[in-house]
Ligand binder design. Structure first.
Ligand code: HEM
Length: 456
C-alpha cells in the first residue's frame, strides 16, 4: 500500500470513490436498519476497493472491500484509525472503558496486564474444566426431546469464562445474565442504527429495560469483585492479575469501576462470540452429513471414546478446520469500524479525517475474488497443504494490535466443546427452521438452533 498524509500535499488526482445508491436525506440508513448484512455484502461486492455509504447527519462513511486496505487500517497504519464511532460509543454504555473500548496508552497498559492470562501454558490448565463443562451440558440433554443448542452454548461458554478466567461460578445466574445480555445488546444495536431514538434518560419501556439489564449485569460483576476484595478466590487468575496490577507512576491499583469495566468486557466478549461460532457450526454440520462423518471419524480415531484433553487439541486438525470454516461463513464479529484521525491517501484513495471506515468480515469471507465457491461449507480449504487465504480476507478475530486477546482460548474451547459433544451425540436440526442471521453486536442465528440429540 502506498500511503501519503493528505490529498492537498500530493499532485496526483485522488481516485473517484463510488457511492451506494440511497434515498435523499437518509441515504442507506433505512436499509441498514432493515438488513445490515445485505447492505454490507452488496457494498463489498460492488465495484472498487472502497465504497461510500450515504448516511444522514453529514456522516461520511466508507466500506472497504479490498483486503490490502483492511490490513492498512488495522495493521500498517492503525494509529490513524481509532474506535471513536457510534457503535463503540454505544458499546461503552455496557463495557465502559474496558479492553475492547479503551484506546491509546491506557489500553496498551491494560492489555499488557491482561495478556499473561491468555498465554498458551496457562490455557493448558483449563482443558479439564472445559471438557467437564461440555460433558455436563451433554448429560443434561434428553434424547429425542427438542431443545435450543444455541442457548446451551451461551450457558456453557459463560460458565467457562467465569470458571477459568475469573474463578467464579456463574451457573446459577446464567439464565438471568443471558437474558440481560440479550436485552442490552438488542438495545445498543437498535440505538446505533436509529440515531433519532429518544435519549437514554427518557423513561421509555426500552430505556427502562436496558437500565434494568445493566443493573443485573453490574450486580453479578460487582459481586465477583467484592468477594475477591474480601479475600476469597485464587491469586493467579485474570481477575487477580487485574487486581494486583499497580500504576507504575502512582503505585495505585485499579478502582472498582475500572475492574468492573474489564471484567464486564471479558465476560461479554469471552462467551457470546464462541457460543455463536459453535451454534453456526451445529447448523452447518446438520446440513453436511459428509463433513460430520469425517469429524466423528477423527474423534473416534484419536480419542477412542475417552473425553478429549488439552493435549489432544493439536491431534484434532479436522475439528479445527471445521471451526475455521464455520467462522468464515458466520464470523461472530461480523463488522468492524474505525474513525479516521488525519486525512490520508492510500493507493490513490482519500480517507478523509473523521470519516467512518467499515470493514465487514462477513462479506469479505464470502467475496468471490478471494474464495472459490464462497458459499460452500468446505473445511478442506483449511487443510495443512491448502494455500493460505489472502491476508486481510479472513479476519474472524480481527488483526493487528487490536486483535482478539482470546483467540487461542476461543479456538481451544470451541474444539474441546465440539469434540466432547460430537463424540457422544448426533444433533439433528428440527425441520422448518430458516436459520436467518441476526446481526446484533455478534452474529446470532435468529430464534436459536432447535435440535434433537440422539446417542452415537
Ligand atoms: C470465536 C470466538 C471469538 C471471536 C470470533 C472473537 C472476535 C474478536 C474480534 C473480531 C475482536 C476485535 C474487536 C474490535 O476491533 O473491536 C475481538 C477483541 C477482543 N476479544 Fe474476542 N473473540 C472471540 C472470543 C474471545 C474470548 C474467548 C475472549 C476472552 C476470554 C475474548 C476477548 C476479547 C477482548 C478482550 C478483545 C479486545 C482486545 C483489544 O482490543 O485489546 N474474545 N474479539
Amino acid at each position: 500500500m502506498n500511503a501519503t498524509p493528505a490529498p492537498a500535499s500530493t499532485s496526483s488526482v485522488p481516485l473517484p470513490v463510488p457511492s451506494l445508491p440511497g434515498l435523499p436525506l437518509v441515504g442507506v440508513l433505512p436499509e441498514l436498519q432493515r438488513d445490515p448484512l445485505g447492505v454490507m455484502e452488496r457494498a463489498t461486492l460492488s465495484a472498487g476497493p472502497m465504497v461510500r455509504l450515504p448516511l444522514p447527519l453529514g456522516v461520511q462513511a466508507f466500506l472497504l472491500s479490498d483486503p490490502g486496505l483492511v490490513e492498512h487500517v488495522l495493521v500498517t497504519n492503525s494509529r490513524n484509525y481509532v474506535k471513536q464511532t457510534r457503535g463503540y460509543e454505544m458499546l461503552r454504555k455496557v463495557l465502559g472503558n474496558g479492553l475492547v473500548t479503551s484506546e491509546g496508552d491506557f489500553w496498551k497498559r491494560q492489555r499488557r496486564i491482561a495478556q499473561p492470562a491468555f498465554h498458551r501454558e496457562r490455557l493448558f490448565a483449563f482443558g479439564e474444566t472445559m471438557t467437564k463443562a461440555a460433558s455436563e451440558m451433554v448429560d443434561g440433554w434428553t434424547p429425542g426431546q427438542p431443545f435450543d443448542v444455541a442457548d446451551a452454548f451461551m450457558r456453557v461458554t459463560l460458565r467457562l469464562v467465569g470458571e477459568t478466567l475469573l474463578s467464579s461460578d456463574v451457573t446459577s445466574a446464567s439464565s438471568e445474565v443471558g437474558q440481560a445480555i440479550t436485552v442490552a445488546l438488542e438495545h445498543l444495536i437498535h440505538r446505533t442504527v436509529h440515531p433519532f431514538s429518544f435519549p437514554e434518560w427518557v423513561p421509555t419501556p426500552a430505556n427502562l429495560a436496558f437500565k434494568k439489564a445493566l443493573e443485573q449485569l453490574d450486580d453479578v460483576v460487582l459481586g465477583m469483585i467484592a468477594s475477591r476484595r474480601a479475600g476469597q478466590g485464587p491469586r493467579n487468575d485474570l481477575l487477580a492479575m487485574l487486581m494486583e496490577a499497580r500504576d507504575p507512576e502512582t503505585g495505585e491499583g485499579m478502582s472498582d469501576a475500572q475492574l468492573r469495566d474489564e471484567v464486564m468486557t471479558i465476560f461479554l466478549a469471552g462467551h457470546e462470540t464462541t457460543a455463536n461460532a459453535l451454534a453456526w457450526t451445529v447448523v452447518l454440520l446438520g446440513r453436511s452429513p459428509a463433513v460430520e462423518k469425517r469429524l466423528v471419524q477423527e474423534l473416534d480415531e484419536v480419542l477412542g471414546g475417552r473425553p478429549p484433553a488439552m493435549s489432544d487439541v493439536p491431534k484434532l486438525p479436522y475439528t479445527a478446520m471445521v471451526l475455521k470454516e464455520s467462522m468464515r461463513l458466520y464470523p461472530p464479529v461480523w463488522t468492524l469500524a474505525r474513525r479516521v484521525v488525519e486525512t490520508e491517501v492510500v493507493d490513490g484513495l482519500v480517507f478523509p479525517k473523521d470519516a467512518i471506515i467499515f470493514m465487514c468480515p462477513y462479506a469479505l469471507h464470502r467475496h468471490p475474488k478471494y474464495w472459490t465457491d464462497p458459499e460452500a461449507f468446505d473445511p478442506e480449504r483449511w487443510a495443512p497443504d491448502a494455500p493460505p487465504p489472502t491476508k486481510g480476507a479472513y479476519l474472524p478475530f480481527s488483526m493487528g494490535q487490536r486483535k482478539c486477546i482470546g483467540d487461542t482460548f476461543a479456538m481451544v474451547e470451541a474444539q474441546l466443546v465440539l469434540a466432547t459433544l460430537m463424540q457422544r451425540v448426533h444433533l439433528s436440526l428440527v425441520p422448518g427452521q430458516a436459520f436467518q442471521t441476526e446481526p446484533l453486536i455478534t452474529l446470532r442465528p435468529k430464534g436459536g438452533v432447535t435440535v434433537v440429540a440422539s446417542k452415537r
